[in-house]
Design a protein around this ligand. Structure first.
Ligand code: AMP
Ligand code: MG
Length: 434
């Protein structure tokens, strides 16, 4: 049983064979992103949820408006509704007040030339009226009349048109949209109580390495606490996935194979950290490769050079597998630039690129041409009020604080060399997003 769309997807080998001069030992970031994108097809399963439960879920169908919003022309202001012809000449006018209309009500009478109706914001425009004079622009002329000084409104002002927000029959929200708070409001404005969304992704993850201890355990000599599972837990939760935390798996072939199999049987995607770099025990990669179609890449980037990607199968179930390097910063960077987009695609979401801006670097940055570098940085206003970016201290890929202190990543392009102070750099703002 496959967990993805029915059409037979291309094999990884088919995809990489289209890359001229394909070299798994020297991939660019863009090449790896392209292969991952081509290999992943969205999950098909759909469920209906109430709109309150639909935040961050992915719409499975276009939402077509079955009504006009607003349903009638109405006033944008508290004031007086009148016929535009009465103000077309631009001179001062005196208007007789012939009634009042509140939001939620309607005015049944006729409004003739030289007449107006007291109107509240949101109230339907009385028949024949197409213009509203805001209350504050008028001069009182007793209980039954109002004076409008010359040149204050033009015909058609302060009127909201029927269907100007959402017209009957138009696509209000497209399939693939990850619903935001204002989208929930928009659905409610259409009177839609529930929507069809893709089911949530199930993502299993575990950390590999004999040296790893989980929080709550004593830290034996030579060991480190496993941080990657917690970072992954946070990033996946923020992405709206159901997470399956499988703990730490030691550098032991049988335990690793059992973990890969069980993860694959439970989840749409599996993420591991550790064991894919050159120094690691070879059997991690052998086990991955033995369970499906896997690529083991060295990517021209820093941090995050090694990356394993592919699809594994166990007992008739399949899952995409991302084998990330072990270093904590490499995990975050690899997740942000490869896994995030891939999971959004798998979830059926339209592409949601992280915002990229060009800003000036406050200080020089050392950079080696021939690889993409992701440096952790802080975007903040300088003394002159202009926002610039500066690095967060030591940039080693094991220094997790460099990431924790950062609110953005400076993306230094493949061919670029050293950066001088004041030069423009490209930054990826992730604060609140990853
Ligand atoms: P590896 O990719 O397995 O060679 O690991 C590279 C480095 O990352 C080593 O110093 C590991 O101890 C460290 N590391 C691997 N996994 C984790 C983890 N889950 N949490 C913290 N550090 C890790
Ligand atoms: Mg390891």
């Amino acid at each position: 049983m496959t967990q993805t769309d029915q059409q037979a997807p291309p094999s990884l080998n088919d995809i990489v064979s289209c890359i001229s001069g394909y070299d798994p030992g020297a991939m660019t970031v863009t090449q790896a992103q392209g292969v991952i994108k081509d290999f992943i097809a969205p999950i098909a399963a759909i469920e209906k949820v109430a709109i309150r439960s639909a935040l961050s879920r992915v719409l499975a169908q276009d939402i077509v408006s079955r009504i006009d919003v607003p349903a009638h022309d109405n006033s944008a202001m508290d004031g007086y509704a009148l016929r535009g012809a009465d103000v077309a000449h631009g001179a001062e006018v005196r208007l007789a007040i012939v009634g009042a209309v509140h939001a939620g009500a309607s005015f049944a009478g006729q409004v003739g030339p030289g007449q107006c109706v007291r109107i509240m914001t949101g109230a339907p425009m009385p028949a024949g009226c197409d213009t509203v004079i805001p209350q504050e622009l008028t001069v009182d002329a007793g209980e039954h009349a109002v004076i409008l000084p010359a040149g204050r409104v033009r015909p058609g002002d302060n009127r909201r048109l029927r269907g100007e927000d959402l017209a009957l029959g138009s696509v209000a929200l497209p399939r693939g949209r990850r619903l935001r708070p204002s989208d929930l409001g928009l659905l409610a404005s259409l009177g839609i109580p529930e929507v069809a969304v893709r089911r949530r992704l199930r993502v299993a993850f575990f950390s590999t390495g004999d040296e790893l201890r989980s929080v709550g355990e004593p830290l034996d000599p030579g060991c480190v606490y496993d941080s990657n599972r917690y970072t992954l837990h946070g990033m996946l939760t923020r992405l709206g996935c159901d997470v399956i935390d499988m703990g730490v798996v030691g550098d032991d072939p049988a335990a690793l194979e059992a973990a890969f199999r069980s993860a694959c049987e439970e989840a749409d995607a599996v993420i591991t950290s550790g064991g894919v770099s050159v120094g690691a025990a070879d059997y991690t990669k052998q086990i991955m490769a033995g369970l499906g179609e896997m690529m083991f890449w060295k990517i021209a980037m820093r941090p995050g050079r090694p990356l394993a990607f592919g699809r594994i199968a166990s007992r008739g179930r399949q899952a995409f597998l991302f084998g990330l390097p072990g270093n904590p910063v490499a995990v975050t960077v690899s997740f942000s630039f490869f896994v995030r987009d891939a999971l959004l695609r798998l979830a059926g979401a339209e592409a949601q690129p992280l915002p990229r801006l060009r800003v000036k670097s406050a200080a020089p940055i050392r950079k080696k041409a021939g690889r993409t570098e992701y440096q952790r940085a802080i975007l903040a206003p300088g003394e002159d009020g202009v926002w610039t970016v500066r690095l967060t201290g030591t940039q080693g890929s094991g220094i997790l604080r460099s990431m924790s202190d950062a609110n953005c990543i400076i993306e230094l392009e493949h061919d670029r060399g050293d950066v001088a102070a004041g030069e423009d750099v490209s930054i990826v703002v992730f604060d609140g997003l990853i």
